[in-house]
Design a protein around this ligand. Structure first.
Ligand code: NAP
Length: 238
């Protein structure tokens, strides 16, 4: 590894497994200090063990439910007190909203979970972290979207609607800051990746034939590099 992110501070949500864990490992391998958020403390501790074993800096573990929106403000405050800035924000945590089902059949809790995790938590992250990212030399933010955010996809109702709203929100934020800051803001569509969420959507699928989380982590890394000029785009991983 080349130490491409030496001295950078990155916040990664959904870091306990799947794509978020792979991205955290990749960024840490390039020297970044990672604030890793997810609910599952044991999985975050395992990630920390993996990063340290590979020579990375110890992670800052934040076992938190992102639907606890006020906690997001506190995390941003703690980042300010420790580092005085945030270099990289990766809003990756996602919820599929109960799995595939007709719009008329979704349970209210599943609908609310999809919008809370996929949309509102990311808005709260933007709201809390925008000032910290502006204090960075070359702040970068990216959010994990999905191919179902574009077009019409029967049975993907709350997930597709919340990801479409996420794309609109992130592109709006990108357009607002483009002329006045160094901030670069994008979305990443990872494609089909072998994770727990994918297994819920497609039970019985042979996941060995899919891309693995580590295969898409490089796309996130490329958008974190100081010289990266992409802005307001949806980048397809791979
Ligand atoms: P995953 O392995 O199931 O990971 C989801 C992550 O989100 C976990 O770390 C989970 O952690 C976290 N999370 C979920 N609800 C949370 C909450 N309320 N509070 C905090 N963290 C929460 O799935 P994945 O495929 O890696 O998903 C990562 C992103 O990729 C998602 O945004 C997903 O929509 C997107 N995506 C995936 C695919 C694919 O094919 N896999 C395709 C398109 C888009 P805890 O359970 O520990 O909280």
């Amino acid at each position: 590894m080349a130490g491409l992110l030496d001295g950078r501070v990155a916040l990664v949500t959904g870091a306990s497994r799947g794509i978020g864990a792979a991205v955290a490992r990749r960024l840490a391998a390039e020297g970044a200090e990672i604030v890793a958020i997810a609910r599952t403390q044991g999985a975050l501790e395992e990630l920390d063990d993996q990063v340290r074993a590979a020579g990375g800096k110890p992670l800052v573990l934040v076992p938190e439910d992102l639907r606890n929106f006020d906690a997001i403000d506190k995390i941003a405050g703690a980042i300010f007190h420790r580092w005085g800035r945030l270099d990289i924000l990766i809003g990756n945590a996602g919820a599929i909203g109960g799995g595939l089902s007709p719009v008329a059949h979704h349970a209210p809790d599943d609908w609310e979970e999809a919008f809370a995790v996929n949309l509102t938590a990311n808005w709260r992250l933007i709201r809390a972290c925008d000032p910290l990212l502006r204090m960075a030399e070359a702040g970068k933010a990216m959010f994990t979207t999905s191919g179902v955010a574009q077009g019409i996809h029967p049975f993907w109702g709350p997930y597709a609607a919340s990801k479409a709203a996420l794309e609109t929100m992130v592109k709006t934020w990108a357009a607002e800051v483009v002329n006045t800051t160094q901030l670069r803001i994008n979305l990443v569509n990872p494609g089909a990746v072998a994770t727990r969420m994918r297994a819920i959507a497609f039970p019985g699928e042979d996941q060995t034939k899919l891309a693995q989380p580590d295969d898409v982590a490089g796309t996130f890394l490329s958008l974190c590099l100081p010289g990266c000029g992409h802005h307001g785009e949806v980048i397809l991983a791979g």
